[in-house]
Design a protein around this ligand. Sequence first.
Ligand SMILES: [Mg+2]
Length: 380
Amino acid sequence: MTCGQHTGTAREPVRSATLGESDGPLARSHDLALLDLDGVVYIGPDPVPGATEALAAARAVGMRLAFVTNNASRTPSTVSEHLVRLGIPATPDEVVTSAMAAAALLARRLGVGERVLVAGGEGLHRALEDRGLVPVRSMAERPAAVVQGFGPRVGRRELTEVVAAVRAGLPWIATNRDPTVPTPTGRSPGNGALVARVVAATGEQPQVAGKPQPTLFTEAVQRYRSRSPLVVGDRLDTDLEGARAAGMPGLLVLTGVTDVPELLAAAPGFRPTFVGRDLGALHESHPRPLLAGGDGARLVRCREAEVAMTRGELRIVRPGAPLDLLRAACVACWTRADEQATAAPDPTDPKDPTAPDLPRGAEVVVAALATLDQRRPRSR
Ligand SMILES: [Mg+2]
């Protein structure tokens, strides 16, 4: 299904800046969901509203679920127990973590029995042991490599050991580089923030094991023998970039880190195939916006929603349904960004220095889409 014919102007060919389309529910057209957890299924201890029901309905129509998280702090058993407490049936072997990816990478590189300096939580320690490696906590124990993952108690002492290891030239693996993790009260520093401190102290860069590296996705797809997987996530720079790296379609949900302005400003390698409010998007069809242009204006229509990009200014022609307006605005903004990236600067399209990645008028669209913001920071 497309979003309907545009009349009165010549239709342009579909560009890479467009979204994908799905005639029916994604849960029926994809046999496996590679689900991110934080910001998608739960936020901290609490389920994302509607997630439990949406995942049960997905299983009921035959979609299989794999839980693929960059959070390396917890073991698969701890994660699956958490899911079960939220009413989501899950087993440890349905959970894949970046700690497991880091441990697999180190096991291939070092061999069984080698010692690895760890700055991270229980999940990372356990993943190393499962691969026959020996986690240690200090350089005095003569490790052969160093691995860094998020852990609630990783602090100055652990980071000092990592810096010493990196300075000594040991192979340095980071489970992931997510700068933040969503919590019930907002964003808190993630492993990427801790890695950045070591980068600043050493001038070196780690090898990253988790998303956006495609390994977690491709291994899960092989294990499930999936023919039509769908990546589902809330972060452009891990989940959706990883989906593109793996050559898989990606659904962005707005229940976690990414907000509408970030989505509209997404660079080509970070753009989702589909967008939705929350996991209910698994049970919806996804229309593709249509681009049309002429007389200095570009129109993008998605069902009843229509936006115009005129001399670098974004304008709502018809609001339509919020998700359709978002889809149309994404295509309008992405197309403009891609054209600007390849064209000489347009003096009639001055960029707003306070929002360099978004066109003028985008704030009106963002305000019109306020009801789509599903992120619910709460005080507690
Ligand atoms: Mg997430």
